[in-house]
Design a protein around this ligand. Structure first.
Ligand SMILES: [Ca+2]
Ligand SMILES: [Ca+2]
Ligand SMILES: [Ca+2]
Ligand SMILES: [Ca+2]
Ligand SMILES: [Zn+2]
Length: 435
């Protein structure tokens, strides 16, 4: 099956999404974003790319990640007032067959009832086989971002879609997953509503799912993970070069969220250690004596984020720590650019990092490093530790963007060479007494 060159019908849907967002009377209506099967006809692609060229001309591409719209401000679990960068809990369920699925605005499907459970039973035999696949798709986000998914076992059978009721613990989930006929084989394989709506609709008359369940059903898992990306506030990203889960055409060349997807998801909900903005909420970094702990793809998700980690009580030991910005430069616009006109996003140079070590009181500064500039690592080596354990913190300059980074912390005993001092003194003392 050939992989389509570039772009897709979703560009058009992106236009309607923007319009809906701008019109106050429609602002409350959640908008769906559709996603495409590999092999979507080039004729369709070509027609649509011509229409979308104006919207996505390089000069019109705002700073990345503009593909991240505001996330959930409350969920069934979290009270209103959530702000960007705070972790959230989302409940989810696969709705019972027979529940109404409203037509998706701009999608082209017709209101009908969900038959997703029967569809998946037909492929996998039973829920015991397909439910874990969906759970894996959800958890693939929780590995990297402050988004926790809890299955809601109740459902009150209200319709899902643009005017669905919000999640309510014990009654219905925040994200309700259903499926019905969308547009037949290929083209649209699923669509989802943005934060505040969150529902997800799968095309249950599409051979995309039935024809290939290889790689532990990566088609299904990556499609669900992609749609969940929409449900947590990620729009499509370009170019379609098979490097990002949130490209408009479903990828099976990798598994789950990739770098740019992780960056976007942490922008909205922080990394999995959030909220760790103070010594009181500092998770153990996991380093042991004579060991090293390397934590990858942490995120400074915005200007107010600082990340605190605790280190075990190891008086007299020496601690080294380094924070390294992650990510190279890559294109984030559509393909209608060549050479120098193609804007690059410098993922590794978003925030100028600083690293500090504090005593167990959380306020006595023991060591700090911030001499390296944007894009460079900061390191502290062989810091002598007092009793009571210490905290390592990573912060960035005040620019309100997200920076992914790796944190490495290692711990060694006081170097053996320092023992020569006391030993030599003892020898001298003995010699002195003999005189
Ligand atoms: Ca389809
Ligand atoms: Ca963080
Ligand atoms: Ca933090
Ligand atoms: Ca620095
Ligand atoms: Zn999509």
């Amino acid at each position: 099956m050939g992989f389509p060159s570039e772009r897709s019908l979703t560009c058009v849907l992106a236009v309607s999404l923007v319009l809906l967002t701008l019109l106050p009377s429609l602002a409350g209506a959640a908008s769906p974003t559709a996603c495409f099967a590999p092999g979507t006809p080039d004729v369709l692609m070509d027609r649509v790319s011509a229409e979308s060229g104006l919207l996505l001309a390089p000069s019109a591409v705002p700073a990345h990640p503009a593909s991240v719209i505001p996330g959930w401000t409350n969920t069934a679990t979290d009270p209103p007032g959530l702000v960007r960068g705070e972790p959230i809990t989302l409940t989810w369920s696969v709705i019972p067959d027979g529940v109404t699925i409203q037509a998706g605005p701009g999608v082209g499907d017709v209101e009908s009832v969900s038959d997703l459970r029967a569809f998946l039973d037909g492929i996998y035999g039973s829920e015991a086989t397909w439910l874990p696949l969906i759970q894996q798709a959800l958890q693939s986000w929780s590995v990297y971002a402050g988004v926790r998914f809890v299955m809601e076992s109740n459902d009150d059978l209200q319709p899902i879609g643009a005017s669905s009721a919000p999640g309510l613990l014990g009654t219905r989930a925040d994200i309700r997953i259903g499926g019905h006929a969308i547009d037949g084989n290929n083209n649209i394989v699923a669509y989802a509503y943005e934060p505040g709506g969150g529902d997800l609709v799968i095309d249950t008359v599409d051979s995309f799912y039935t024809a290939n369940t290889s790689l532990n059903s990566r088609r299904l898992r990556n499609t669900v993970a992609h749609e969940i990306g929409h449900a947590i506030g990620l729009l499509h990203v370009w170019p379609t070069d098979r490097t990002k889960l949130m490209e408009p055409i479903v990828n099976t060349t990798f598994d789950g969220p990739q770098f740019d997807d992780v960056l976007g998801s942490t922008r909205n909900y922080g990394d999995p250690d959030e909220p760790n903005d103070s010594s009181a909420n500092a998770p153990d970094v996991g380093v042991v004596m004579d060991g090293s702990a390397d934590t990858v793809w942490l995120s400074l998700d915005g200007s107010s984020d600082e990340d605190w980690f605790s280190v075990v009580d190891a008086p007299g030991a020496r601690l080294s720590a380094s924070a390294s910005p992650q990510g190279g430069s890559y294109r984030v616009s559509d393909a209608d650019c060549t050479g120098e006109s193609c804007p690059l996003f410098a993922a590794g140079s978003q925030r100028d990092l600083a690293i500090e070590i504090y005593a167990s009181d959380g306020s006595t500064l023991l060591a700090s490093a911030d001499s390296a500039g944007l894009g460079a690592s900061e390191s502290l080596t062989n810091v002598l530790l007092p009793a009571g354990g210490v905290f390592v913190t990573v912060a960035g300059d005040v620019v309100d963007v997200a920076q992914l980074y790796d944190l490495q912390v290692s711990l060694v005993p006081e170097p053996a060479t320092s023992l020569l001092g006391p030993v030599a003194l003892v020898v001298l003392a003995i010699l002195a007494r003999r005189r």
